[in-house]
Design a binder for this molecule. Structure first.
Ligand code: SAM
Length: 286
């Protein structure tokens, strides 16, 4: 199932149930767009059509889809932007960043926009989310998702986030949902099971300077969330520990399993435990 490199690494890091869980199918999850529809009203409308939803207790407006008689990406409610299909751990990264009304938020690697649209929703039409991505095709998905969700407080810029300093803006909050090997997404992307050591080093070579660039544009007292959908410590704890060595602190993340390498405060999510993709979240304070 896994490449020789991943199997060896997983045997060193995880128990059997955790490794098995990495490839098992997961329930789909949605996030209600409370800017467009009250939560209760959407639940009522979808239940009438036979969709069975289960509220996720550790999220503010997230639901597991237990049963749906049709594709959740092909309903009028979906097309009207009443909800976003989004993994619970991805939703949680935005809640952990915790933007407050009126703040300036930077999303450094934003496409296709799952997190940008949630950050803008949390800001409730106030402040602004500046959303960067380097990939032209993925930018199209980002802008169409922002439009579908009906959000007016987002600016999108196609650029290399390593150059975020050239924007000349200091941000209250920064999200770096870093490009990664995606080893936590094997349940929907079997290719991610084939990753080799060289794939990991290619990712870490970008993750380190991206985190540097994000910390540079963060206001004093500001907060940066670093997240990935990889379960490898090389792309997570080891990247964040670089910032800690330079004097930055970690704020505690409430939900999730403890991070590896004795890193206090950062959290991990596993399919076998949380019913989410494999995911890592750390909250860095400037
Ligand atoms: C994990 S995905 C982001 C998913 C997104 N945050 C969401 O929730 O929908 C990583 C993104 O990083 C982008 N990316 C890779 N290198 C980049 C760079 N140097 N600057 C900006 N974006 C980059 C990729 O195009 C990709 O869209």
């Amino acid at each position: 199932m896994f490449s020789g490199f991943l199997q060896k690494r997983y045997d060193e890091l995880f128990d059997e149930a955790t490794i098995k869980g990495l490839s098992k199918p997961l329930l789909q999850a949605i996030r209600v767009n409370t800017q467009k529809i009250p939560e209760r009203e959407l639940v009522r409308r979808l239940s009438k059509k036979g969709v069975s939803l289960l509220k996720i207790p550790w999220l503010s407006c997230g639901y597991f889809v237990k049963k749906a008689p049709f594709s959740m990406g092909a309903t009028p409610e979906y097309l009207l932007g009443h909800y976003f299909i989004q993994d619970p751990a991805s939703q949680y990264a935005c809640e952990a960043l915790g933007p407050k009304k009126g703040e300036m938020v930077l999303d450094m690697a934003a496409a296709p926009g799952g997190k940008t649209t949630y950050l803008a929703q949390i800001l409730k039409e106030s402040g602004a989310v500046v959303s960067l991505d380097i990939n032209k095709d993925r930018m199209k998905a980002l802008t169409s998702n922002i439009e579908r969700m009906g959000l007016s407080n987002v600016v999108t810029i196609r650029m290399n986030a390593l150059d975020a300093g050239s924007l000349g803006i200091k941000f209250d909050r920064v999200l770096l949902d870093a490009p990664c090997t995606g080893t936590g997404t094997v349940h929907k992307n079997p290719e991610a099971a084939k990753k080799k050591a060289s794939d990991v080093s290619n990712c870490t070579a970008l993750q380190k300077p991206l985190l540097e660039a994000g910390l540079t544009v963060l206001k004093k007292g500001g907060t940066l969330v670093y997240s990935t959908c990889s379960v490898l410590p090389e792309e997570n704890e080891q990247i964040v520990s670089g910032a800690l060595k330079r004097g930055f602190g970690l704020k505690n993340i409430e939900h999730g399993a403890p991070a590896l390498n004795d890193m206090k405060g950062a959290k991990r999510f596993y399919p076998s435990v949380h019913g989410t993709q494999g995911f890592f979240v750390a909250k860095i304070q400037r």
